[in-house]
Design a protein around this ligand. Sequence first.
Ligand code: HEM
Ligand code: HEM
Length: 197
Amino acid sequence: MRPGGPHVRPPGTFGDGRAIMTDIRVWDPLVRVFHWSLVAGFAANALFNDPEGKTHEVIGLAILGLVALRVLWGFVGPRHARFSDFPPSVSASLGQIGEMATGRKHVHRGHSPLGALMIYNLLIVMLVIGVTGYMMTTLAFFGVGWVEDVHEAAVLWAEISVLAHVAAVFLESRRLGINLPKSMVTGYKRIPADRKN
Ligand code: HEM
Ligand code: HEM
């Protein structure tokens, strides 16, 4: 028998070490619809950019609208959608890297610090792509070399970022034992019951 008898167990666990988990609602419908529409739109535009057709421009402008809506939601939306819930923080990100290195697990209810940095990066790069794309369709900037160069370079950066984002989502899901992609579908995240924040 373990010292302290069979009825004493560490708080937040079943006694055999397994954490008691609970489902909490983290991503509201707007965040989820935004996310998967952005994924579909970005993939479509990265793959198809026929100079003759209008589809690329329409999808691109829709993405620009989605990102604008998400930025607004970052100020007025529910708790975990707000930018104030995931401020960009280098020190917190270094802390998260430290946790990865030492095997300490800290499950975040909303976005993790490294996740937050990636999200700001993705939102900004989408805006740059959208604005330069729109500029190419205006008389003032049509055929201007640097605008096209920035559009293309930003697309490449976004593609690299997306690869890193998806890899990080899967690695963090495995490390923490939480299905993060599923939570972006259902809106619920399964976290240890004794975690309050
Ligand atoms: C996330 C959104 C977008 C992505 C991923 C994207 C991606 C691309 C890519 C890969 C190219 C081809 C570059 C090349 O190799 O020549 C391109 C070209 C172009 N894009 Fe976008 N784009 C986006 C948004 C937009 C928007 C919002 C507009 C305009 C409203 C736009 C207008 C254009 C134009 C006019 C071209 C040049 C087409 C040509 O004449 O070859 N794009 N874009
Ligand atoms: C074009 C590809 C993608 C882009 C541009 C993108 C962009 C984003 C953005 C902007 C957010 C922040 C959501 C918000 O708070 O509004 C986010 C979060 C997230 N994305 Fe993506 N994403 C992409 C692909 C994917 C894929 C393929 C998956 C799943 C396999 C995924 C899983 C997630 C998850 C799980 C989160 C929440 C992370 C957390 O728990 O903090 N993303 N993504």
